[in-house]
Design a binder for this molecule. Structure first.
Ligand code: DLL
Length: 445
């Protein structure tokens, strides 16, 4: 396939034919892959086989794609309970990469990839980049964090496979980001949308005119953002702001991506099979209706995820997209059905904060997480009650405790938060569930 052009005449990387398969052909491919992956998990993953056996099911009971609804669901705690390697379907000799993400308590969840898995992941990222109009010759500044987080390496390998020039700057160091953006003629940036707002703000302070830069495309994801935020970004820069979705349990970034229509995210359905279910009944909801996204990895070898409850709330867009892709779209993800918070792109569960606080002596199990937003970045303050003896201690002792608590939280969540020690009985008690999170965020509009 040669270069193609959209209506604006922009050059495009050759599109993948997989984005345009006739639906019936795609369904045949999906069913074929489903049978293979279910067999693989059944043969190699004890937890999955036991759950199938409880339901008196074997892979041979799959007669059509719809039969996927009979299969057991995975939840995040399954990854915690089998920590670290219990859900792997490949021997370690075939695993070429491990990543990790926040679990609900102190331990992270671990995910694994074979070389084939990494290649599939890169190919999904190539399809995402191509749908944003990026191609060879683009200079992509990758400001997603490199490391255990999937954002950095996922976008990196995808950008290289696209044939673009990738700058692996990773997250943080805002002034250096802006210097690189300007001096290296960067045409696209990958980062969280909230961090890009911070870059815009800082550029203003440094008297860098974002609109005069060649930067034209933003690849924004890893946290919920709004249409208003998109408008604000696009008005303040010449960037076309695209949404990218993904999660470590499935692969990382590149599960779904917007196209130039910016009307929902196409899911790369030949690899990631989406269902939307009612959060209570777990039964499928009709297209167009909101529910929880459940994803199945149709080709993941090292760690197949079958019917994984993402906790992300969205809906399938019922209409075909004007771009001509046949793979279905989901609406942008606005919220989750659990208590996971995403602060500056880092996933945090209130239960992790509790684990971190209680690991340090002198604190009481009364705490509150206060979320604020200065218009761009979300901030978290943790208020924790300390014993009367500790509170009457010298300032230095209090400061040292504060430091130890902040360190403990950072060790467990990877996030540096503001910490405030308060006297016993100052945090409001509730009669029912404790209100652990006070959300005072004024979402960027
Ligand atoms: O955030 C992977 C990623 C990296 C996606 C870079 C996009 C770009 P996790 O750290 O496992 O993986 O967090 C996954 O983040 O279940 C959603 O709740 C949220 N999330 C990810 N992308 C979006 C998005 C990466 N575009 C969790 N919109 C997911 C809203 C998002 N929420």
């Amino acid at each position: 396939m040669g270069k193609q052009a959209n209506s604006a005449g922009t050059r495009f990387h050759p599109f993948s034919a997989l984005d345009y398969l006739p639906r019936e052909q795609l369904r045949v491919l999906q069913f074929d892959r489903l049978k293979t992956i279910v067999t693989r998990a059944y043969d190699n993953v004890v937890l999955f086989r036991n759950r199938m056996m409880e339901r008196k099911l074997t892979p041979a009971d799959l007669h059509s794609l719809e039969d996927i609804q009979r299969l057991p669901l995975y939840v995040k705690n399954d990854l915690r309970d089998t920590y670290p390697f219990g859900l792997f379907a490949s021997p370690m000799e075939e695993v070429v990469r491990l990543h990790a993400s926040s679990g609900t308590t102190g331990k992270p969840i671990v995910v694994a990839y074979t070389q084939q898995d990494v290649d599939v992941w890169s190919s999904a990222m190539v399809r995402a980049f191509a749908s944003y109009g990026l191609h060879r010759g683009d200079v992509i500044q990758n400001a997603y964090g490199y490391g255990l987080f999937t954002g950095g390496l996922g976008a990196h390998y995808g950008a290289e496979a696209l044939g673009a020039t990738v700058i692996p700057v990773s997250g943080g160091n805002t002034d250096r980001q802006l210097m690189i953006m300007r001096d290296f003629n960067v045409t696209a940036i990958c980062c969280t949308p909230s961090y890009f707002l911070r870059l815009i703000e800082r550029a203003g302070e440094m008297e860098i005119d974002m609109k005069s830069l060649p930067l034209a495309v933003g690849v924004f994801g890893a946290e919920p953002w709004t249409e208003e935020m998109r408008q604000r970004i696009e008005e303040a820069s010449n960037v076309k702001a695209y949404d990218i979705y993904g999660l470590s349990e499935i692969v990382g970034p590149g599960v779904g991506a917007e196209c130039y229509c910016q009307q929902g995210l196409h899911i790369f359905e030949d690899h990631f099979y989406p269902e939307i279910v009612d959060t209570e009944t777990l039964k499928p909801v009709p297209d167009g209706e909101e529910g929880e996204l459940v994803l199945t990895t149709l080709s993941k070898m090292a760690m197949p995820m079958i019917r994984y409850r993402t906790r992300d709330i969205t809906a399938i867009e019922p209409e075909p997209c004007a771009c001509g892709r046949t793979i279905r779209r989901i609406k942008r993800i606005s919220r989750r059905s659990d208590d996971m918070l995403i602060i500056r792109g880092v996933n945090v569960f209130p239960s992790q904060i509790e684990t971190a606080l209680l690991a340090v002596e002198g604190t009481l199990p009364h705490y509150q997480i206060v979320l604020t937003n200065d218009g761009t970045m979300d901030e978290m303050e943790v208020q924790v009650e300390v014993t009367a003896e500790v509170f009457s201690d010298k300032i230095r002792a209090l400061e040292s405790l504060q430091e130890r608590l902040a360190n403990s939280i950072e060790r467990i969540t990877g996030l540096r938060v503001h910490l405030r020690l308060v006297q016993p009985s100052t945090i409001e008690r509730s009669e029912g569930k404790a209100k652990r999170v006070l959300d005072k965020r004024n979402r960027a509009k």
